[in-house]
Every structure is written in C-alpha cells, then in structure tokens.
Write a protein that binds this ligand. Structure first.
Ligand code: SF4
Length: 67
C-alpha cells in the first residue's frame, strides 16, 4: 500500500471510514473525511492495512482511493 487519499468531491461525510480506522482517517473542518497527516502507508502494519482496505471497500461512494 503506497498511498491512500479521500476524494472530497465524492465523500459525503458518512463517517464509516473514520469509525472503522480512526488511526488513519479523520474529519476535516469541512466535515468530510481526510487522511491524517504523517501516515506512512509504505511501512504500515499489516493489520492496519487490512482495516484501511475494509474502509476502501466499505465507502458507499467509492471516495477512498489507493494510489
Ligand atoms: S466512508 Fe467514504 S463517504 Fe463516508 S466519510 Fe469516509 S470517505 Fe467519506
């Protein structure tokens, strides 16, 4: 996993990703999800990678993209 981003044009702020993996996702001032600063996806623990992948699959609008 190299990098994950939230496309704010697609996010509807449902909170599923933040609820699932709050180590990685947070709400911005715009009430939409974003990836926290300083998240190192390349050296991420396997457990956390799996949770992020669950969040990608669980996002109702497909707003979370793995780059
Ligand atoms: S799960 Fe998707 S739509 Fe919901 S807050 Fe996260 S990025 Fe936004």
């Amino acid at each position: 996993m190299k990098k994950v981003i939230v496309d704010k044009n697609k996010c509807i702020g449902c909170g599923a990703c933040v609820g699932l993996v709050d180590e990685v996702f947070e709400f911005g001032d715009d009430s939409l999800a974003q990836v926290k600063n300083n998240i190192n996806f390349e050296n991420m623990k396997e457990e956390l990678v799996e949770e992020v992948q669950d969040a990608i699959e669980g996002c109702p609008t497909g707003a979370i993209e793995e780059k």
